[in-house]
Write a protein that binds this ligand. Structure first.
Ligand SMILES: [Zn+2]
Ligand SMILES: [Zn+2]
Length: 140
């Protein structure tokens, strides 16, 4: 899929997350980010990309959450609100997980987004999670 590709639906975002992979590995599982409180699927995204931490903020109820346990590394001072080139900062988000051969640990993960305003698909972060626990999949 070419850079600048757009998606109409959450399904398109899931397909994109699979195609992008994570840190060079094939993605085995994709989890769509969903607010635990209100079930919303539109988020603002604060990224501290030097520390590979992303906080999402629900547009429906304001609840914040660190994607896949990345809050340990988050520093508010160096975080920035992520925005699409179209000017919107409202996104659907999905996290792709690459599992090891035994499928009980995570090798790497990647955060992907779909701009709600223009549909543009984006790839924000990938990182190696050596021996990462699969419970991280429930923290997308
Ligand atoms: Zn919410
Ligand atoms: Zn956009």
């Amino acid at each position: 899929m070419a850079i600048g590709e757009t998606g109409e639906t959450i399904q398109d975002l899931i397909g994109y997350a699979r195609e992008q992979g994570a840190a060079g590995y094939d993605v085995d599982e994709v989890r769509v980010c969903e607010c635990r409180d209100c079930g919303g699927r539109v988020f603002g995204m604060w990224g501290d990309l030097t520390r590979q931490a992303i906080q999402r903020s629900c547009r429906g109820c304001g609840r914040t959450h660190f994607i896949a346990g990345s809050g340990d590394h988050f520093e508010e001072d160096s975080a920035a609100l992520m925005g699409c080139d179209c000017g919107s900062d409202d996104f659907n988000l999905a996290v792709g997980f690459a599992l090891d051969d035994s499928r009980d640990t995570i090798r790497a993960l990647a955060v992907t987004s779909r701009c709600v305003a223009c549909g543009r698909l984006g790839y924000w972060d990938d990182r190696l999670v050596p021996g990462g626990d699969t419970t991280l999949m429930d923290l997308a």
